[in-house]
Design a protein around this ligand. Structure first.
Ligand code: UGA
Length: 452
């Protein structure tokens, strides 16, 4: 099948490269001509494991092409819209999706089958489809949300839990719609259940799945606070809970709060949408404020363990990205922690293997007023960051932080506190080096807090 992908951002590139990999001829369009030139040389604007290889494969076997002009997709059977949906303030905004669909609809040479893959707030696809149909009644609009995670997007695409197709079909049974049939064929090489439903339900499946997972993480975070207070071991608690098949263990790991480009914006947007419809959603309303307060709770724990305010303390911040395996800093809890430290007058020495310079710039830009109190600088590696530190905070679960040489780090530190925000510090090794490890929601935390 000849497929056009509109948008060579994160979602567009993964979709394009994977569609080419499973046998389709794909042309990926972007208005940014420089980006297209770089992509044609195999130079990717995003860091995603396995994506470089798939792009190289597609360019080599000529199933994947990049272009900056709509003329390149004349003759494609389907156009899949993967343009961005966040405004400058990281809030959801569907205007670019709408404009792109209408541009396609206006030009009769371009595919009449338009599939929106960008995330939409429930209710948006239906109005975009109505506008597109008003321009050309032969246009068909479907919504095919993606469920890929950064850092594992390629494998998530190729082995999905489900494929969701939303369409407001005039064929009676949506499953009989020709566009649904085309998408079923396109995805045929993948072994996954197909959910065919209406446009609004497809949008809601996508956003509600993300917000549900965000709620699950938030629940685990609140349990970690309770565990620290009552002397329970949060790790054991979530492991025990997760064995219940109805609950499941994934997305139940306490941490410094969720981040990224999806959970935060959607955890805010869904309850806002409910309010606009006059619907009360007290549970959903609570997710974002609880998430933000997790970073403060963590820093409170550090302050109590230090037995003093943080002004003047030197804190090593290990990890800046919102999770491991990506260079994405958007709404990263590590940045929230860094800013909270600066605001309390600590000086922060940060290290991140992929995003140190950009992360520091973000810390300094967003925490500008607080910098009068604390200061931020970068270190060349984890060990250098900890040198002379009063405390270490592990904020991102980069695998190498699991294997830190505490025997070497401990004596180089000025203080003895390690706050493990990701439950990966080798506690026996750090303890043997004379350090006090405060692991999220573990009994030792409660003990450390009691003795502090
Ligand atoms: C998320 C969803 O998982 C994808 O299914 C979805 O397609 C994507 O958003 C999207 O809408 O595009 P992503 O933002 O890449 O993917 O990140 P996740 O791996 O889901 O993690 C989100 C946040 O939750 C991270 O900050 C992570 O550290 C945190 N988290 C996750 C926890 O704190 N604990 C957990 O147990 C799991």
């Amino acid at each position: 099948m000849h497929i056009a992908i509109i948008g060579a951002g994160y979602v567009g590139l993964v979709t394009a490269a994977c569609m080419a990999h499973i046998g389709h001829h794909v042309t990926c369009l972007d208005i940014d001509a420089t980006r297209i030139e770089r992509l044609l040389r195999g130079d990717l604007p995003v860091h995603e494991p396995g994506l470089d290889e798939l792009v190289a494969e597609g360019l080599a076997n000529e199933r994947l092409d990049f272009a900056a002009d709509y003329a390149a997709i004349v003759g494609s059977e389907v156009a899949i819209v993967c343009v961005g949906t966040l405004d400058g303030a990281e809030e959801w905004d569907g205007e670019v999706v709408r404009a792109t669909v209408l541009d396609l609809a206006r030009d009769g040479r371009l595919p009449r089958a338009i599939v929106i893959r960008s995330t939409l707030l429930p209710g948006t696809a239906r109005s975009i489809a109505a506008e597109a149909l008003a321009l050309d009644p032969s246009v068909r609009v479907a919504h095919n949300p993606e469920f890929t995670r950064e850092a594992s997007a390629v494998s998530d695409f190729l082995a999905p839990d489900r494929i969701v197709i939303g369409i407001d079909s005039d064929h009676g049974d949506a499953a009989e719609d020709p566009l649904v049939a085309a998408l079923r064929d396109a995805y045929a090489p993948l072994d996954a259940p197909l959910v065919v439903t209406d446009l609004s339900s497809a949008e809601t499946i996508k956003v509600a799945s993300n917000v549900f997972l965000a709620a699950k993480v938030t629940f685990a975070n609140e349990i970690s606070r309770l565990a620290a207070a009552t002397g329970a071991d949060a790790q054991a608690v979530v492991d025990g809970m997760g064995l219940d098949k109805r609950i499941g263990r994934s997305f139940l790991s306490p941490g410094p709060g969720f981040g990224g480009s999806c959970f935060p914006s959607q955890a805010r947007a869904l309850p806002q949408l409910a309010r606009r419809h006059g619907v009360q959603t007290p549970l959903m309303d609570a997710i974002w404020p609880s998430n933000v307060s997790q970073a403060e709770w963590l820093i409170d724990g550090l302050e109590r363990a230090a037995g003093r305010v943080l002004t003047g303390l030197r804190v090593a911040l290990l990890g800046l990205t919102f999770k491991a395996g990506t260079d994405d800093l958007r709404e990263s809890p590590a940045i929230r922690i860094g800013q909270a430290l600066l605001a309390r007058g600590a000086s922060v020495v940060a290290y991140d293997p992929l995003a140190l310079a950009a992360g520091l710039a973000l810390l300094e830009a967003d925490a500008a007023p607080a910098l009068a109190a604390g200061s931020a600088e970068g270190a060349d590696d984890e060990v250098a960051a900890c040198h002379g530190a009063d405390a270490v905070v592990v904020a991102t679960e980069w695998p190498q932080f699991r294997y830190l040489d505490w025997a070497a780090i401990g004596p180089s530190m000025r203080g003895d506190i390690v706050v493990d925000g990701r439950q990966l510090v080798d506690v026996p090794a750090a303890t043997a080096a004379g350090l006090r490890v405060i692991t999220l929601g573990v009994e030792a935390t409660a003990a450390a807090l009691r003795t502090a």
